[in-house]
Design a protein around this ligand. Structure first.
Ligand code: CDP
Ligand code: ZN
Length: 157
């Protein structure tokens, strides 16, 4: 059986913060803020995987009231998500995702993000697609106040 899942995430961008995205630290004047490392792409992928497996979302699995997840590397959460979906008898078919970010240009980092995250999920690089878009300077993303990411996952059960 095939199961589809969808994930979305947004974080605020602030100056002088580390910027973690797709499992990499991106050099930039701003960074995403949140309880964990605020990696929106990894969070969207986690929710897509959990949704496809029929499991409760990232906030239920890794509550921001739990100090274990304070400042945590989101790749750790992705690894734990892989355990949860395997326990449900699911494996990844493929994942497609889009990061929406006005600045900086990140297309040059995408091959490294794919390498890093496919390694955590123990899938081949062609099972993970990551794309980037601006919001054409519109809205909170256009004003560089925030970043969003969307992901879909297809699982085999
Ligand atoms: O061309 P269109 O208006 O559809 O897209 P865009 O938002 O202007 O993005 C054009 C291209 O820039 C994308 O296809 C990405 O390859 C790249 N991009 C990027 O590298 N980093 C971003 N933060 C946004 C877009
Ligand atoms: Zn998040």
């Amino acid at each position: 059986m095939m199961r589809i899942g969808f994930g979305f995430d947004t974080h605020k961008l602030e100056t002088d913060q580390d910027f973690w995205l797709g499992g990499l630290q991106i050099p930039h004047v701003k960074g995403a803020i949140g309880h964990s490392d605020a990696d929106v792409l990894v969070h969207a992928i986690i929710d897509a995987l959990l949704g496809a497996a029929g499991l409760p979302d990232i906030g239920n699995q890794f509550p921001d009231t739990d100090n274990r997840w304070k400042g945590v590397d989101s790749r750790i959460l992705l690894g734990k998500t892989m355990e949860l979906i395997s326990e449900k008898g699911c494996s990844i078919g493929n994942i497609d995702s889009t990061i929406v970010l006005q600045n900086p240009k990140i297309s040059g980092y995408i091959p490294s993000m794919i390498r890093s995250l496919s390694n955590v999920m123990k899938i081949t690089e062609d099972q993970l697609s990551i794309k980037a878009k601006t919001s054409e300077k519109l809205g909170f993303i256009g004003r560089e106040e925030g970043i969003s990411a969307y992901a879909v996952a297809l699982l085999q059960k």
